[in-house]
Design a protein around this ligand. Structure first.
Ligand code: SAM
Length: 279
């Protein structure tokens, strides 16, 4: 059989291999097959696709992804205790799973991806945001990213202007991807339960960013604006140099507005004005 049906239940795997959850590795395991299946279905039809998973742990979500008939699943895991149980999963699914023992933050995906991949991952919360930023920078390699975050981070990804959660992460993510919330998961869904609610978010990289802008300049303008988010932009953006008020007006922004009121399109327009001034 190569459909994983002869694998032991996940709780048994955890006991057999002594996989006590390590807080430092952000280990909160998902053992509910309904939920792992629901996450694996978020990207859409994975038949014949290549998928990348970060942090497979004992392999619950991993089994669900393999169950979607993917061509290959490449999983990056830092915890060496998980390697043998994952080798068992690979064998049970006819070798379609390849496990790379590494810190996901330091791998270069292009080194092992031979075609565009979907990312599906229940991310370790302590490295979730840096991983997302890294993947946004190399988004051309990915067809979709279905990622579980703590709810507070997910709220920032999907936030609209005028809300408290709206900020740098909302703007960069929405500029580069179509971002949609999938569903929330209660802490009770995990072993051990984390302190916070979790949310699955799907990001689909846009063929072209939503509006013209240079990523470095946009990031700088947005970071400067939100660095002092309660101040009016005519004050908070002074440190960028140039005629602050004229630039804001040219971008269709009132100099008395604050960062959280400004749309992604307006920030892009403003960053283009700063970029042309520098050249
Ligand atoms: N996918 C499993 C599940 O859903 O039950 C485990 C998810 S658990 C939240 C996060 C996993 O990421 C753990 O297996 C942990 O060992 C792994 N991990 C933590 N930091 C990592 C890193 N920097 N690189 C790769 N894996 C990491």
């Amino acid at each position: 059989m190569t459909d994983g049906s002869d694998l032991p239940p996940l709780r048994e795997v955890i006991n057999t291999y002594g996989l006590r959850a390590e807080k430092s590795l952000g280990q909160n395991f998902l053992l509910d097959l309904n939920l792992t299946g629901k996450i694996a279905r978020c990207p859409g039809n994975l038949d014949g696709e290549t998928v990348l998973e970060v942090g497979p742990g004992p392999g619950g979500l991993t089994r669900a992804i393999l169950g979607c008939n993917v061509k290959q699943l490449i999983a990056i895991e830092k915890d060496t205790r998980c390697l043998q149980p994952l080798a068992d999963v690979s064998e049970a699914f006819g070798g379609r799973l390849t496990v790379i023992e590494a810190d996901a933050l330091s791998v270069t995906e292009a080194d092992f991806l031979t075609e565009k991949a979907h990312i599906v991952a229940n991310l370790p919360y302590n490295v979730a945001t840096p991983l997302l930023i890294k993947w946004l920078k190399s988004r051309d390699q990915f067809k979709s990213m279905t990622l579980m975050f703590q709810k507070e981070v997910a709220d920032r990804l999907i936030a609209e202007p005028g809300t408290k959660a709206y900020g740098r992460l909302s703007i960069i993510s929405q500029w580069l991807c179509r971002v949609s919330k999938q569903f929330d998961l209660s802490p009770k869904a995990f072993t051990p339960p984390p302190k916070v609610v979790s949310t699955v978010v799907k990001l689909i990289p846009r063929e072209k960013p939503a509006f013209p802008a240079d990523m470095d300049v946009l990031e700088k303008v947005v970071a400067t604006a939100f660095g002092q988010r309660r101040k009016m932009l005519r004050a908070s953006l002074k440190s960028l140099g140039g005629p602050t008020e004229d630039n804001l007006i040219a971008a269709g922004i009132k100099p008395t507005q604050r960062a959280e009121e400004i749309t992604v399109e307006q920030f892009c327009r403003l960053s283009e004005i700063y970029r042309h001034q520098k050249n």
